[in-house]
Design a protein around this ligand. Sequence first.
Ligand code: ADP
Ligand code: MG
Ligand code: MG
Length: 250
Amino acid sequence: MLEIKDLHATVEGNEILKGITLSIQPGEVHAIMGPNGAGKSTLSAVLAGRDGYEVTQGTITFDGKDLMEMEVEERAQAGLLMGFQYPVEIPGVKNIYLLKSALNAQRAARGLDEMPAPEFMKLIKEKIAFMKMDSSFLHRAVNEGFSGGEKKRNEILQMLILQPKLALLDEIDSGLDIDAMKVVAEGVNSLRDENRAILMVTHYQRLLNHITPDQVHVLIDGRIAKSGDRHLAEELEARGYEWVIEEPAA
Ligand code: ADP
Ligand code: MG
Ligand code: MG
């Protein structure tokens, strides 16, 4: 589903990603861990096609297509969806309208009519109940005054509504208390599906007690220094990152 080969990328002329190679198959969940400033968010931003990131070398293929040839909107419509490390506030735009317009834009791109209002309401009620969110959320402006935990739940709610093929989740566990983390993890787990892949950046192994990744990658200074299964996350939790730097990938 996603094939990254020798990806190099710069931000304001500084090389941040220095040759990343990563392959994600449908149905898989990959976790990216690594110290601050390693380039984790840069990788997500490059995949989502955000402005200010220049790919200088390498290739990215998504569902057989050259991702670098696709505009941001095309990527979203093709099913690559990113949640944000610091989800943006959109003053004055109610959350429910954003969800509805995003869903209908996606349907339009697939040649489908708008989802009828009663069907949409049924869908959204089911998903907000699942995320243990209050329905008043829907009528608040997007992220305005949302706590950190509420933003994260809202991010997963968007994923549950839009059902991306590839979900990119950056620091999905930051600022969550234990109960909120469990709800967010259940949301992510409910997204797991044989046709969907999830790439998530996380700082702490504890999230991975709730979401079992197929692969864990350690990103250090713009390169994947080590990959492994979920046990690698446990080892990182116990030993930190220094040893990975000292014993680079075999
Ligand atoms: P991580 O998410 O792993 O903590 P980032 O991808 O956010 O790391 O950042 C990697 C490096 O790139 C950092 O040194 C950061 O300062 C730099 N960087 C990221 N975004 C920008 C930007 N917009 N302008 C300048 N430097 C940036
Ligand atoms: Mg290289
Ligand atoms: Mg980051």
